[in-house]
Design a protein around this ligand. Sequence first.
Ligand code: ADP
Length: 745
Amino acid sequence: MDSSVTAGKLDFSSCDRQQVQFPGAIFPHGVLLVLDVAGQKVLQASANTHTYFDLDASELINKDIGHLFGQGPITVLQKRFAELPESTNPVYLGRINARSAQKFDAFAHRIEGVIVLELELVLNDTPVPIADLYVEVRQCTTRLHAAKTVRETLEVVVDQLRRMTGYDSVLGFKFFEDGSGCVLAESRRPEFASYLDKHFPATDVPEPARRQLRVTPFQYVSDAAYEPVPLVPEMHPLTGRPLDLTFALLRCTSRMCDRYYLNMGVHGKLVLSLLKDGELWGIISCLSATPHHLPHDVRMACESLANMVSLLLSAKQQAEHYAQALETKRRVGQMIDCMTKEPVFQLCLVQQHEPNLSECLDAQGAAVIIDNAMTMLGNTPTEAEVKDLLSWLDSQTEIIATRHLPERYPPARQFQKSASGLLAARLSAGKGYLLWFRPEVVEEISWAGDPNKPMEVDEENGEIRLTPRRSFELWKETVYGTARAWQEYEIEAADELRRAVNTLHQMEELNRTKSQLEKSNAELESFAYIASHDLKEPLRGIRNFSHILEESVGQSLNLEDQRRLGTITRLTQRMDNLIETLLQYSRTERLELSREEADLNEIVNNITQPLEGDPTRQARIIIPKPLPRVVCDPVRISEVFSNLITNSIKYNDKPEKCVEIGFTEGKPVTFYVRDNGIGISQNHYEDIFRIFKRLHKRDEYGGGTGAGLTITKKVIERHGGNIWLESKPEEGTTFYFTLGPIGEN
Ligand code: ADP
């Protein structure tokens, strides 16, 4: 033994090269006979035949098996041999009596052109009477179905197995992606060491052992301190190589594996494989501190329970996966809910409440970086390290999830203990990041045995082999810088949180802009109101004084000065009109609508009737069908119709002026006022709604202030509606408007 050999110099693969299926030897608790294809002649025999039959193995070679069994048993055996399939697990042939009067459980299988017959002495010492096994298994099956999680399933089965087998301790293991394992369930005598929730490195179950566990449903060793029994002759007589014992029940286990168990103080063991989709998902280890014999019937019952667990695993794991995904969704939902209620939503992300950001995604640490402010939660790298990490993240995709951060970002080696796993979500518009950290696995979990023991190696047949358990350091080497994997649903949850933060950010900005806008609008409105109100007074003064002037000295002025004085009066009048319009407009802004149900026919009639007697405003008014009743402010809506109808006549140079007033059904109802007037070119569709905007010279088309449509639009919008137009220059214009939901009956 060379205890100074370091991991670097060692060929660790020697462990995996072990050919466990060709040990050339068996356990001493049974006899193995290799028979010719007809099942007649003995070709090889285990060296322990004399213990059971009083005949040495060498004496049996090339002899008929009739030397061991009477004619009756042989006839039964050979009939069953004929039905054996090739290369499968052994078939149980029943109990047979040997000439020596001993009873054996017989198993046989075919391989490499021979029949392998295995005989196990029947001992009657089962903890549960054989007859009760069926009932036990059936009851356990019901409990297995009821179990909700994988852990619960394993808890049920380990309890049951210990009762049925009498082992000191039964452990349910699950293997992880990296090959390491964890004890999820345990049933044991109090004096037996507990391994519950302990982790075992991948090297504790080397690959050949895993291969074997995939092929054979269980491995049974009544005493790990056994002396292997070699086969005589050593080589398969037909192939000249050691016999392939893959399927043999008595195939002895690897010495390394036995030593592993003896190191743990275990002599008797039964290892049952748990397969999921043909892959080794875990194992159930039944252990006893003393040699432990388990009869075939009980082993079969154990095997069927393990099979049952294997079958249930997919369903339970999926159910558990969904439950975890749901739980993550629930926690993230809680966080989003909190953020929407909190006036400063960022506080929810950084506060230590239930669940905090880190717990939301089952991480050990988290960091929130918003608007250059950084807050750390739990187990994280330092602020400076996170700052550097952020510059790297800027060049990555919006969301990255890695369990090998140091591999992707080498500076992370400095802080891999706390952050080998990173899930990072970038917020929009360079606002910052949400980060979650998971520590290195070797740090996070509790290990069975002492991981710090110096490694020892054995030299056997010139080959260096690791001694079990001491291989821990090497395994650790391979998983440095690795964290628990991020699940798809966790990445989705991070994305959901990221989107929620983005939305809240946008809402915050929108609200800010909205209140700024509201403030400046209010200021503008009051400014327009105050300005127009205050301007009226000096204007009144100017008008009065110009009147006085006109009356007192008007006659004495020359014509030019009289004209100038007249212009002052006219401009003052015009300014008064403009200010009045401005006042009217700012009142519209402040106005409270007083809504009631109104008949639009009445409103329109009141506008069109006075026109009939006015020769300057004559037009043919067409109302194709009676207008509906609507809920509106009738005074304001009357202003709308009045303005549109007046404009239709005003901006019309046709000999017969036509104005059509109607509506189209729909939700909402659309009203229209159509004329055959001068039309409006499309590039002015928006201008005409601007205050004081006229498309013509001041006095053309009867003049106007250019505020009518502005006020019309405002009134319609106050009703929750819209106004728009279609027009063809020279042909006419149609103004459409709606009154929004409040206008509908
Ligand atoms: P005003 O009529 O006092 O000038 P409005 O705001 O009512 O102000 O209209 C703005 C401008 O839109 C008008 O000056 C006119 O040029 C144009 N306009 C409005 N209605 C019509 C129409 N029915 N046909 C053609 N032009 C129109």
